[in-house]
Design a binder for this molecule. Structure first.
Ligand code: ATP
Length: 254
């Protein structure tokens, strides 16, 4: 049984059909790349699967449960989280606070005055601090932990976004253009971290325009065109497929 499956998804924006009967299935532990020319429907597919927008037709199942149209917070509880093309960290906070704050809030008790906190709450807060520090170290952001996020480069923000996402301890991680605007050194670093997460058992789905990095990284490529599945398979075969070459030459791919 697949871990994540989208079946017959359709999404219209006014008269435009952004997703047109798209079915994609992802197995546990897979590292899958989603590619396609501009406007092919990649982000809309991610948005429908991750609950950002509901599909007009079709279903999304996670671990065999129908989660179609469920909001992102509910999907995060079930183990599916995604990042966005534009990073969402709070610029007026330090890197460390940004990572800590990404932890799922346990019934809002963090807003209670210190004297009212129970031992359990204190332990939980300590665990959040520890996990945040671990992730900051793993992502080699330690030297920037007390910097405001606004001082980070584009690539460092992507690393911060990944660290924040991992505070939610996902089983399925959906990454929307994790290498966009990132220099080659940080691109390699982010790719290595993604590889490590997948080696530890996390299922990862990545939209990316930077095809060289993507094809080196993933086990399987899914190519979309005009809201439909064009081709899927192992990266080498897919990239040599005439239909894919034509889609990219015909479209205005980056
Ligand atoms: N909120 C929206 N309202 C109207 N049209 C939209 C909306 N979101 C996407 N579209 C349109 O749907 C189509 C698919 O867009 P989508 O962003 O999913 O493609 P994409 O493959 O992610 O493209 P890109 O590579 O440029 O990010 C495009 O024609 C786009 O203009």
């Amino acid at each position: 049984m697949s871990l994540l499956s989208a079946d017959g998804l359709v999404k219209d924006f006014g008269g435009l059909r952004a997703i047109d009967g798209l079915s994609v299935s992802i197995d546990e532990g897979e590292l899958v790349g989603v590619m396609g020319p501009n406007g092919a429907g990649k982000s809309t597919f991610f948005n429908c699967v991750s609950g950002v927008i509901p599909p007009d037709e079709g279903t999304v199942a996670l671990n065999g449960t129908d989660v179609t149209g469920d909001p992102p917070e509910s999907l995060a509880h079930r183990g599916l989280v995604r990042t966005f093309q534009d990073t969402r960290e709070l610029e007026t906070m330090t890197v460390r606070d940004n990572v800590r704050l990404a932890a799922p809030d346990q019934s809002g008790e963090r807003t209670l005055p210190a004297l009212l906190r129970t031992d359990g709450m204190r332990r939980e807060e300590a665990a959040v601090r520890e996990r945040a520090d671990e992730l900051i170290e793993t992502f080699e952001l330690d030297h920037l932990a007390d910097e405001y996020s606004s001082n980070l480069s584009g690539g460092q923000r992507k690393l911060l976004e990944l660290a924040r996402t991992l505070m939610l301890d996902p089983d399925v991680l959906m990454l929307d253009e994790p290498f966009a605007g990132v220099n080659p050194t940080l691109t390699r670093e982010i790719a290595d971290r993604i590889r490590d997460l997948n080696a530890d058992g996390m299922t990862v789905v990545i939209i990316e325009h930077e095809l060289e990095t993507l094809t080196e990284l993933v086990d399987r490529l899914v190519v979309l065109q005009q809201g439909r599945l064009l081709v899927e398979g192992d990266p080498e075969t897919v990239l040599e497929d005439e239909r894919v070459i034509e889609a990219y030459l015909g479209g205005d791919a980056e």
